[in-house]
Design a protein around this ligand. Structure first.
Ligand SMILES: [Zn+2]
Length: 350
């Protein structure tokens, strides 16, 4: 499969139209989308019973401390505590992250057995929006890599690998959740039920590695991305979609934003910290943009309504999808990167 460059890709208006087609708040309205995808059922903090009511944090025996997972600096300024998890901002690379995370065994158990969020991902409106989003990402990626072998890390319910298969790619799913992995296997999809570090895959065996909303969940995103780099063919590409902590919606809502929930979202990247991470790992960024505005939540908040269930009308005329994405203020960052060959893995010039 050679490089493909669809016409809309270089036409800013058409490209924005494509983005808007999977922006749920624009397509079906925020409250409507949240109700029909059952997001309200996912709001109870799953580790509330581990709370120490004196400190407001989870009890120490359940937690592991960590430094900034991008630049290894010690935890900087504390921002807020949510659901018992302390969120801090790295003074050096600007990453917002959870500095005391769940113990590894508890986290693994959670991911193996998680159901509430999986149920959201299986609802009709969610699948519809996700498939359009995946198609968009895949078409953006296709203009930068050739080959067919795709590895989707954290494949979840498998809607991306299914779509990639339909488009003629040879997808492999990596997924730790037992039930999701079983379902994919039954469909005849290649599934690896191991973490990246333990999977023992051959170098250069994939042409595209994708992480759709996965990086925010990882204790050590560097380890997983370094491994992704090793698995990529020389002309391969890495596609990342991750929540944007510098999005307009997150800047307005702060800890009220549903992107913050410390048991599963451990890292909150913004354009600076994501670029730093990719650069440190010898990737060259070839596409960098935001998608999904969450304009509905923004308008609701500005009108003093519940951001996720309100039905407020647009508040400021100047707040448009175009303006939001031009400033990288969308709620997700989409980055496509290629392996940079200017240095070896130790960072020395070659
Ligand atoms: Zn840092």
């Amino acid at each position: 499969m050679g490089l493909k460059q669809p016409k809309w890709l270089l036409n800013p208006e058409k490209r924005l139209e494509r983005k808007n087609s999977f922006d749920a708040s624009l397509v079906m309205g925020t409250a409507n989308f949240n109700r029909h995808t059952g997001r309200q059922n996912t709001l109870a903090p799953p580790f509330g019973h581990f709370l120490d009511h004196d400190t407001g944090l989870l009890k120490g025996e359940y937690l592991t401390p960590r430094n900034c997972p991008v630049c290894a600096s010690p935890p900087g300024q504390g921002l807020f505590v949510k659901d018992g998890f302390r969120h801090v901002r790295c003074p050096k690379c600007d990453l917002i992250y959870v500095s005391l995370i769940l113990r590894e065994d508890l986290m693994l158990k959670y991911w193996r057995e998680e159901e509430a969020w999986t149920n959201v991902l299986l609802t009709g409106p969610q699948v519809e929006m996700d498939r359009l989003k995946y198609a968009y990402g895949l078409e953006v990626a296709q203009s930068h890599f050739s080959g067919k072998r795709v590895l989707d890390i954290g494949a979840g319910t498998g809607h991306f690998v299914r779509l990639a298969g339909e488009k003629g790619f040879e997808p492999t799913a990596m997924e730790l959740n037992k039930e999701s992995a079983e379902k994919l296997k039954e469909e005849g999809i290649e599934v690896i039920v191991k973490s990246m570090e333990l999977a023992d895959l051959e170098s250069g065996s994939f042409d595209l590695v994708t992480l759709w909303e996965v990086l925010e969940h990882l204790t050590d995103p560097k380890v997983v991305l370094s491994e992704a780099r090793r698995l990529l063919s020389p002309d391969g590409a890495l596609l990342i979609l991750v929540p944007n902590s510098a999005s307009l919606v997150t800047r307005l809502l702060h800890e009220k934003s549903r992107t913050f929930g410390g048991h599963s979202h451990l890292n909150h990247f913004n354009p600076m910290s994501l670029r730093t991470l990719l650069d440190d790992l010898h990737f060259e960024i070839v596409e960098f943009e935001t998608v999904i505005t969450e304009l509905g939540a923004i308008n609701n908040h500005l009108a003093f309504e519940d951001p996720y269930l309100g039905e407020a009308n647009p508040f400021f005329e100047f707040l448009t999808p175009k303006m939001i994405h031009e400033n990288l203020w969308g709620s997700r960052l989409l980055a496509l990167a290629k392996v940079r060959n200017d240095r070896d893995a130790s960072g020395k010039a070659s």
